[in-house]
Design a protein around this ligand. Structure first.
Ligand code: ASP
Length: 344
């Protein structure tokens, strides 16, 4: 069995000892750094497939479109993308071989909608938007979410691919028929590496300064049937507030649920933290709550503030995020992490 060594990430070490005692540092001692304002719109997305999602979003944002339309377009791109096994069509199924999708969408005025454990509907983010715009509710789940989607004109179609079914069959041969805690570690050397891009979290600020976000996923592969992660839970996988900024998450959703994590990141920004600082403090909160578990699971946060400044942080190395604005189109950045995990 693979053994692992964890040590503080080199980027933190490189930043000097002063950056390390964040767990204990007196955050009130230094004033927060002045936010770096951007001129115009910007969109950011989790993982390297975020580049494609950003491009789809930018078609709206770049022409002066609304942030809400942009994040929906970006999320739809990822849901239709045939190259990832963690979002929308082509996602890996649950323990019982059923593909269930989770998604949420939110704007900076607090309007939000979500669907959980949705089956056989290709674009859960758009169903989530309909929940937001056409019902008095925020979250629809399971059969009810599917019924609503069909009533709204969404086509019902099988989404499980042969590739995903084969991966599930392979997993069943070797597993104890229990869901693993982090699908990112199933086949690959590092959590969150480029072969297993997880939830698509996308955040945008438009030219009028309005924010919006969306989050869409098939959740952890081989999860128990009926398991709902953080992505469709407003405050856990996604939170947006025009007064402050927006945050989204990827990784083991149970940790985000335990910590109301995206809400936490936004509230830390409200208290004056930069997006970077807020993401790092939220990661540190996860570690403090469950130090042992934190060594073997991945948690990642991405945030943007109302000025367009972007920050990210992960528990383990490997989290990348994509940034797109008028100046840069396909930028892909490595997020700093608390631990660097090495396989030996
Ligand atoms: N956060 C997602 C979930 O727990 C999965 C992921 O981002 O890896 O469902």
């Amino acid at each position: 069995m693979t053994s692992r060594r964890s040590f503080l990430h080199s980027s933190l070490l490189a930043a000097g000892a002063a950056a390390l005692p964040a767990f204990a540092a007196d955050k009130t001692a230094a004033p927060p750094p002045a936010p770096k304002a951007i001129d115009g719109a910007r969109v950011v997305s989790t993982w390297d497939f975020g580049v494609g999602a950003n491009q789809a979003a930018w078609k709206r944002l770049g022409e002066g479109g609304a942030a809400l339309d942009a994040v929906e377009a970006g999320a739809r791109w990822a849901e239709a993308d045939l190259c990832n096994s963690t979002v929308g069509r082509c996602g890996n199924p649950d323990r019982d071989g059923v593909l269930t999708l989770d998604a949420s969408i939110m704007d900076g005025d607090g309007r939000c909608g979500a669907v959980a454990a949705l089956e056989d509907i290709a674009h859960p983010v758009s169903v989530a938007r309909r929940v937001m715009e056409r019902t008095p509710h925020v979250l629809l789940a399971g059969a009810g979410a599917q019924q609503f989607a069909v009533e709204q004109g969404f086509a019902k179609e099988p989404l499980l691919t042969d590739k995903a079914r084969a991966a599930w069959n392979e997993w069943r041969k070797t597993s104890q028929y229990q869901p693993v805690i982090n699908a990112e570690r199933l086949d690959h050397a590092r959590p969150g590496d480029k072969h297993n891009h997880d939830t698509l979290g996308i955040l945008a600020i438009d030219r009028s300064g309005k924010l919006a976000g969306a989050c869409t996923t098939s959740g952890m592969a081989w999860k128990l049937h009926g398991r709902v992660g953080d992505s469709p839970i407003v405050g856990a996988g996604l939170y947006v507030d025009n007064d402050v900024g927006a945050a989204t998450a990827s990784g083991v959703g149970e940790e985000m649920l335990r910590n109301a994590a995206s809400f936490l990141v936004v509230e830390l920004m409200r208290q004056g933290r930069s997006p970077d600082e807020a993401c790092r403090e939220a990661i540190e909160r996860v570690v403090r709550k469950r130090p042992q578990a934190s060594k073997t699971l991945q948690v990642c946060f991405l945030a943007i503030d109302k000025h367009g400044e972007v920050g990210a942080h992960a528990l383990h190395r490997g989290f990348v995020y994509a940034v797109c604005d008028a100046g840069k189109r396909d930028a892909l950045l490595d997020a700093p992490s608390v631990y660097a995990t090495e396989q030996t």
